[in-house]
Design a protein around this ligand. Sequence first.
Ligand SMILES: [Ca+2]
Ligand SMILES: [Ca+2]
Ligand SMILES: [Zn+2]
Length: 284
Amino acid sequence: MNYLRFALFIMGLVMLGSCDEQISAGDSRKARRIVKKAFDDRFGLKVDHIPLEYSEFANRWVSTLYYDGSLYRVYVLPNGDERADRFQLTFPAGTQKILVAIVNHPELAFEDVIGDTWSEVQDAINAEHQAYAERQAFSTPVVQFENTNVLINPDRITSGSQEELAGILAEDGMDRNEFDILVLLDIDYDVNAGGFASFRGRFVGMGWIYGDQVARELNRENLMGIANAIYHHEIGHVWGWEHEWAIPEGVNAGFITVPVLFGWHDMDGDGVPEILDSNPYGIK
Ligand SMILES: [Ca+2]
Ligand SMILES: [Ca+2]
Ligand SMILES: [Zn+2]
């Protein structure tokens, strides 16, 4: 036996030896048992209907409960360990008041689209949530956005921080606290800045998200992409979404993750999605 073959033989033994401990994509029953125990041991929650999805990106199981003002989150790692956390944050439910402050760079001419194409794509986001609720036979959409768009003169923006924006709003007679989430939309065609939001924060920054192959104009397609980035991706972070959570397929593909992880699925069969349900997830 040469050294290489010997090394492979040993590796094979090691992998076989640890196989029993692995929680893989196929082990939903094992993962469910671990998650159920974690919710009970860590938080005293006895949960019958457990949201559970496998993350292909992170190679771990993800479970979330939006319950009693907190997001309870359990990850099950490949070695069977669990990571349980509890966060207070904005829930992905109800009518969310969004202030979109648009930096009015003269070359953009955003004032030409703010009242039509821009508000159309914002309405399209609400329509996606309405269509989802109809498919699920819910009596109301789980989420709707009530948008207020304001144009801000570029010379008023220096840091682009949440504090600066809140100060500008105050100068203009608006109160930051009247809005659930603030969005600063500052587009510079020369910079593919993308967007950001801090996990559990209530502030989203958004810039130009396209490369050289995309026309530098505020047409419907480009604005729809920007709206998707704000209302699905970045606001998803505000609600606690992490990049590696499962990605939806098929009819739910507009959403940033599978509905069950946001509490948007009716798991106990009473017709109400768990996040709006007065007795959700079968919790006792
Ligand atoms: Ca329900
Ligand atoms: Ca229920
Ligand atoms: Zn992100």
